[in-house]
Design a protein around this ligand. Sequence first.
Ligand code: AMP
Ligand code: ZN
Length: 495
Amino acid sequence: MPLKIYNTLTREKETFSPIVPGHVGMYVCGPTVYSDVHLGNCRTFISFDIIYRYLKYLGYKVRYVRNITDAGHLEGDRDEGDDKFSKIARLQQLEPMEIVQKYTLGFRHVMQLFNNLPPSIEPTATGHIAEQIEMTRQIIANGYAYEVDGTVYFDVEKYSKEQPYGILTNRKLEDLLEGTRELGGQDEKRGRLDFALWIKAKPEHLMQWPSPWGMGFPGWHIECSAMSGKYLGQKFDIHGGGMDLAATHHTNEIAQSQACYHTSPANYWMHTNMLTVNGTRMSKSLGNGFLPEELFTGNHKLLDKAYSPMTVRFFMLQTHYRSTLDFSNEALQASEKGLKRLWDAYEVLKKLIPAGKQAATDAELDSKVNKLVNEFDEFMNDDFNTAKVLGSMFELVPVINSIKDGLVKADALSAETLALLQQKFKAYLEDIFGLKNTNTDSGKLNEVMDLLIDIRKEAKAKKDFATSDKIRNQLAAVGINLKDEKGGEMSWGLE
Ligand code: AMP
Ligand code: ZN
């Protein structure tokens, strides 16, 4: 079965067909770095990491772009108020870019702990002001935006006469209008649904740039249109993000691209469902978010104990990305046990040696194993159904354990089947699901070394060479060689 992807735009599972054969361009809306990411945000990024890894496993050359939103998020949802970066910078008496740096590093660190691969390009909104201005200028020139006193608005009414504005979430303009308030006398906008592409800055505003419309800063939606266009072209394959982004942010991205380039930006729109706590969406504004660190230390009133990053990753994989996932201690504890069971079986499997051209002595078992193994790709091809793949893997665990316990002879399976089983377990657990073993001593050593390397990198960045040298020297004393590599990376080995 070829890869099928559920497309939010058409509300159907469609056979994936990239624009350029063998290549995939994928854009995912990244974090807004004025605060720490919570576990809900992580769910979305872990889901897309699995999708990225699976596309690579299928042999595609993937350019994965995930932005960092470091400008342009306003407090209000009506293009009013200060932007959140400026507000927090003022409160903490820091430069806005110090806030951006702090939370960008924190975000990358959390992504690394979850073993997410870095995207191919990680562009920032502040690094692409010129592109956002240019796109805004082009949208005005095409007649779909207007300027009022230094602020530029997208003209939704005009646009919707030619294109279905609510197409992504299948909503009519009348329904969308119903959800917005009437414009008052002080409003500059012409239409209730109009949104800002560029916003005039007050003199005291901390982050502002010159533009053809005076000093200002970009609206939020234009950033993703400008950066996806720059790195993936006017039309690319996959655009993703959390489901909460579809109705406004992605709807506006489609309108901007249509108004600027006369094309919808992406062929496939993918949206991950929300992580909930007691049925309520985890969100920064509701204050019901766990920080990953709280989870790893168990330091939160709703947590019974600490959970490792791999337990949390596994917990997420056990639910399909388009279903809601409710946080619970019981579910996480079940995941912890499940992951251990699976990994223990994998450790056994790795040690089995397929003998020559051995034929199966138990044809029935051999064909059952083949069927289950072949299901891995089938389920992933069915809109990345990680939950079902894990179901098949768990059915294979008793087979592997019976071989270990001598209840079934290893030659019950043909050498070919055994080799396939080993190869697919490795590909799925390690390469596609991105899991790492933390149960064995060597797994634990890897985790501890990752932690020490992180601390040493932080120490070096702060020019705290005493700490950085201490870590290297003390490790050398116990027979672990830490080596500085190019680009600030570090590797290690046992003497
Ligand atoms: P933000 O930093 O708020 O812009 O969010 C970053 C990403 O996390 C976006 O793709 C959101 O859609 C996603 N997101 C936010 N809350 C949740 C949640 N509770 N569950 C899953 N994804 C979420
Ligand atoms: Zn975006």
